[in-house]
Design a protein around this ligand. Sequence first.
Ligand SMILES: [Ca+2]
Ligand SMILES: [Ca+2]
Ligand SMILES: [Ca+2]
Length: 476
Amino acid sequence: MKIKSLLVCGSMAVLGAAFTSCSKDIAFDSEGATQRLYAEYEANFVKKYGAIDPNQTWDFASMRPVRTLPSTNALTRAEGDNIQIKLEEQGTITINSDIIKWMRKYMKAGEDHSQMGAPFASVLSRNSFIIAPFYQGQASYFWELWVNIGGQEYKIWEKYDKLKYITSDGQSHDLTTSGVPNNAVQVVAPTFKYTATKDASLFFFLKVWKGGDTAHTSDGSGSIKLSSLDNGNMRALEKVPGLPMPAGVPDDYFAYIIGCEDNEDSGSDSDFEDLAFLFFGPPLKEVEEVEVRQTKRYMMEDLGATDDFDFNDVVVDVSNVSKKKITRKENFSTGHMDVFEEDIPNSHYQEAIVRAAGGTLDFTLEIGSTSWNKSDKYSITDMLNTGWHGETIYYTGDESVLARFPITNDDWDPSTNNIKVTVYKKDGNGVSEDVKTIKFPKKGEAPMIIAVEPDVEWMVERNGVPQNWIKQPGEE
Ligand SMILES: [Ca+2]
Ligand SMILES: [Ca+2]
Ligand SMILES: [Ca+2]
């Protein structure tokens, strides 16, 4: 006999009177063993967590929408979450003589280049880019290259550091105040990679010591700040032919030479060749689809034991999923970004992911009109992904997916929590017995299902959920 048919009450007649109570719309089968088990469970629950407020409800999930950007695979986190930023030296890049010649021809020292390219004001939103300071004209000042990310300042590089030029005889030389000399055929420049867990607005600036090398201080004293934002001292020189790409940079990254002016005085020559660095960035996806998920995590007790309260006997995430089209238009000069969003028609569906099954009884999980049996795929006595015997618990990723299935007709109703689990074991003849149907609890009941946020971690096998998960009378 198929286990699924147990769910169809019309077929119960063949199994006899013991099963006729299954159709009652109550939290539990009110007959016999189940009633006793529930009474036992309730008494144990109150003993452990205290009396239950008659107004206590058991849905703690907010259904906060979470977005996934397919292009970066990064989660767009809620406002206020910390951004993890990494700025690391990556290696070197060799700049060939074509680029050096281009600088000499188009960015000649002492000529006014204040109309070349576009201002690199760059309040850009980026979660990844690479920088390579590679060129210096004749300059007596000292500088450091910095980036400001959401108000925080990070040093990237300082003058001379790891920058070498190579002459036609193959000799490598350190840079001097004379800059990249005429007989240089190559420059070897350091590369620095920035990655962040989230797009952040940022801009670059120089700290300049006009007293030259000897005036340089480690604490920044004596320097002035020159940024494209305030001083207009950086320009993006686009479409420079033959620009090399550092190893490991994806083909679709764009690359700019950024020319910097180290003097903000009115007498400045505005040649924008005092320092030049390469800026490699990911292409801005002008049109992108994002997936939006609203998820509840249901954690369940199966009444196999009436006193462990580990709420891991069934853990299932149920989601409303939809897609949005994001259209962005960025002004590279001003850094201003226009963003438009629209829902993609007919993209909505519902999905369930079973992530833990920490009981030893078979069960049928029902969400709306969709059902799933543990025994379809697993040995019923295996406790899965709940840390039994010290096994690793996977809370996210593919390793935590025990089963994944769509909800037919999208008939999961998160406002009523129309989810239930029917638990049973089989006797020697394969007939199911001790059938218990567990539904989402009404307020004031001892819960055997609770709904929580999808990032709440379930308990290790046989460990009760913490007291603070269970609100007490009078608590808000
Ligand atoms: Ca200059
Ligand atoms: Ca349990
Ligand atoms: Ca368990």
